[in-house]
Each structure stands twice: as C-alpha cells, then as structure tokens.
Design a protein around this ligand. Structure first.
Ligand code: FCB
Length: 445
C-alpha cells in the first residue's frame, strides 16, 4: 500500500448493522422485527441461528468503540433498529431506544469517530409487516415518520444518514427469492416493494432534512457487476437484463431517469408486474429523484451471465476463479468499473463505498492471533481499484469496510465471518485479526 495515495480527508470507516450485532432483543423496550420472527421459524436460517444474542453489542458497545478507536477509524456506520424506536412500527416512541443510540453516538464522538447512521437495515417491525409490509405503500410513509423521529433526537450529533440499505435485498431477495425475511416468493409483491423502498428513501430524506437541518443524506444501493459469458448477442442481452434487475432498476429512478424501459418490458412480458399504474403515484418519481447529498453503495462481487430462453431466465455461469467463503467471486475490476460508471454516466458525487469486505473462516490460532492473509489481499485489491478510480477522476470520498466484527450473517447465521475482529460467540471474546492491524496501518498512512 506504500504507493497508494488517497485524498486528504478521505473517510476511512467500517460498518455493521443492528440485528447482526446488537442482541438484547427483549431489552430496552424493543419490539419484534421480521428478522426475529424469520430466524425463529424452523428452516429459515442455517442451524436455526438467530440474532437473539449476536455480538451482544447492546451491552458491549463501549468495548467495541474502544476497538474502533484502536483501529484509528475515522467513521463508523451502524444501523438503528426501527423496533427499538417504534416497537409497534408507528406511533408511540420508546425513549430507551433513542437513549441507547445517543449513548453509542456520544461514545463515538468522544473518540473522534464520525457516526454514519443507517435507518433501515432490514429489521422491519412485525406490526408493519402484518399490515402489508414493503409491498404496501403505508410502509414507506411509516418509514418517513420513523426517520423524522430519529433525526429529531440525534440530529444534533449525527450529520450523516443512510435511509435504506440495499433496496434490492429489501425487495427481491426478501419478497421474490425469499431467502431473507419475510421470506416471500412473489414477483409482483417484490416489484411493488422495490418502489416503496425507493419511495421510503425519498420521503425519509425529506423527513430527516426537516428534523435535522444540515443533515447529509443518501440511500445505500448494492451493485453486482454483470458480465456476459460470451460476446454472443443472447449472452449480452442476458447481462443487460441482469444489470437492469440488480443495478439500473434502482439507480435510474434515483438519478431522475425513471424506471428503465427495457426492464418494464421484460418484467411485463414475464408476467411479473404488479398494478404499476396504481403503485407509482403522481409525484413519486420526483420524490425519489430529489438530489441526495452524497451517493453510497455496497460492493462485493460480479456475476457472469449466459442466456436462458428469455432474458429474465439468464443463467449464472461459475468460472474457475478464486471465490470467498460465501462462494462470491473476487472481482475488484467490477468495483473500478462501477465507480467509473457512477461518475461518467450518472454524475454522482461525492461517492462513498459503504460496504466492501469478505468472509473467510480463520479461527484463532495457537499463537492467539487470527491469520487472515487472504482477507488482507482482498481488501488490498479493492482499495487498489478505488485508488485507480480516484486517479481517473472519480470523486470517491470514503470507504467503509464490512465488517468491523464477525456477526450474524442473515440466513447463513454465524457460519460466515466478515469481521476484521474475530468474535467467539460462546464467550463474546473479541480478537482483532491480522487484517485489523493491516487496515490500521492503511488508515494511519
Ligand atoms: C450486504 C448486507 C450486510 C452483509 C453483507 C455481507 O448485502 O448489507 O448486512 O450481510 O452483505
């Protein structure tokens, strides 16, 4: 990393999310979320793992912030659990929930670490799910109320806000594939959910700005680079569809281009569309496209895609290339390409990578350390891609490593470890991995 130059003031961060680390699900007046319900439903998570205890961060947040300070972190991205703030989804505010995040934020600020608060990282209160969840417009309106409550309470301390984490996961992964809560498999519901997640971002941004003047707000999209398996027109068309489904479906309306016409046609032909005319109401597209203060996205991997019978029946092709414990291909070039595209085509600025990282399962060795050279290599390659993009003129302003510590990795439970701090889930002992020391040096330099 010696020769790598990052601009002055570059934001070096790490990220986590509430349900993945907090535990204490029955404490502090917290209500139930769809992830409590889902993880307690047999067969939904590997080995029935739940976030009931997770990293017990709710009780150990001071120790965890001390680790961040030791790392030299400039910024920390965490998420606020909606069911801690509004246990019933709407209405009565639970002061204990707000107090927890105020204590956390004060601890960060005392250590000189800038808080980046995500308002929705997938833990929808069950009352809202039972009233229709994300396929229902009322959930977007409820989100704006919640966002306003949190911004009013913490806006004096928190200046950087992420509204919705990964609308693709909120909608398609959760309502069409069904791998995440609430575990539905329903295309029209998923497409309706995608619009409401974007609408929630727009309405939430208005609410945050009204409650906390001067707040900096963005959504956080997830991108998967789409690469055709060959140069054949059919494979290229499959990649076009894949890119449309994962990336452009969200990016285009946010950038003010509306929903992509090719995707409306594909989904329509496949019979996937909900009653779109009733769902997208007058003014929605303007609300979604209102200029944000920065642009945030998460990046992990690419997919190589080949044609099926129709574009929406594309096949993912598995090449014999290096993969991570998640089975995701290591593809830093995709990060570089996306950064250039965001800059030159979409004119986004400033840009933040709010998640990038890797799961490997190294245990604590006999010498008491965790030797995760492969994670160091992954991070080094992706930071090199960032550095090249910056050199090419991309206004990249920050990078948040995912994740500060091993945690509850959703449907994979505790069987995936993304942390640069190892967590022993029996004892809650934290052990910084070799990658922690490496990242500390990168930040310091
Ligand atoms: C992202 C999620 C994050 C974590 C990483 C591995 O999609 O935002 O919570 O699960 O993937």
């Amino acid at each position: 990393m010696d020769t790598m130059m990052f601009p002055e003031g570059f934001v070096w961060g790490a990220a986590t999310s509430a349900y993945q680390i907090e535990g204490a699900v029955h404490e502090g007046g917290r209500g139930e979320s769809i992830w409590d319900r889902f993880s307690h439903t047999p067969g939904k998570t590997r080995d029935g793992h739940t976030g009931d205890v997770a990293c017990d961060h709710y009780h150990r947040y001071k120790e965890d912030v001390a680790l961040m300070a030791d790392l030299g972190l400039k910024a920390y991205r965490f998420s606020v659990a909606w069911p801690r703030i509004l246990p019933g989804g709407r209405g009565a505010v639970n002061q204990q929930g707000l107090d927890f995040y105020r204590r956390l934020v004060d601890e960060l600020l005392a250590r000189g670490i800038t808080p980046y608060a995500t308002l929705y990282h997938w833990d929808l209160p069950v009352a809202l799910e039972d009233a229709g969840g994300w396929p229902a417009r009322a959930t977007a309106e409820a989100f704006a109320e919640y966002a306003g409550v949190v911004a009013a309470a913490l806006g004096d301390r928190v200046k950087h806000w992420i509204t919705i984490n990964e609308p693709w996961c909120v909608s398609f992964l959760s309502h069409q594939i069904g791998e995440h809560a609430p575990g539905r498999q329903d295309w029209p519901a998923a497409i309706a959910a995608s619009h409401h997640a974007l609408l929630a971002h727009g309405l939430g941004m208005q609410a945050i700005r009204a409650a906390a003047p001067g707040a900096q707000v963005s959504v956080a999209l997830n991108f998967t680079a789409a690469v055709p398996a060959s140069e054949s027109p059919a494979d290229r068309d499959a990649a076009r569809h894949y890119d449309g489904h994962f990336n452009r479906w969200f990016l285009d309306p946010l950038a003010g281009h509306g929903y992509p016409a090719d995707m409306l046609a594909d989904y329509g032909e496949a019979g996937y569309m909900p009653d779109w005319g009733a769902i997208v109401q007058p003014g929605d597209l303007a609300t979604i496209a209102a200029p944000a203060d920065f642009f945030a996205f998460n990046y992990y991997t690419r997919e190589v895609v080949a044609a099926g019978q129709r574009p929406w029946q594309y096949r993912a092709v598995r090449l014999d290339t290096p993969r991570t414990e998640m089975g995701w291909e290591i593809y830093p070039e995709g990060l570089y390409n996306i950064l250039l595209r965001l800059h030159s085509h979409y004119r986004m600025r400033p840009i933040y990578i709010t998640e990038n990282g890797v799961s490997y399962l190294h245990p604590v060795s006999e010498d008491g350390h965790v030797h995760d050279q492969d994670r160091i290599e992954f991070l080094r390659l992706h930071l090199a891609a960032c550095q090249r993009a910056i050199a090419a003129g991309v206004p990249l302003a920050g990078y948040f490593q995912w994740s500060l510590m091993d945690n509850f990795e959703w449907a994979h439970g505790y069987h995936q470890r993304f942390g640069i701090v190892h967590v022993d889930f029996d004892t809650q002992r934290r052990t910084p991995k070799d990658s922690f020391g490496w990242y500390r040096e990168v930040i310091a330099r």
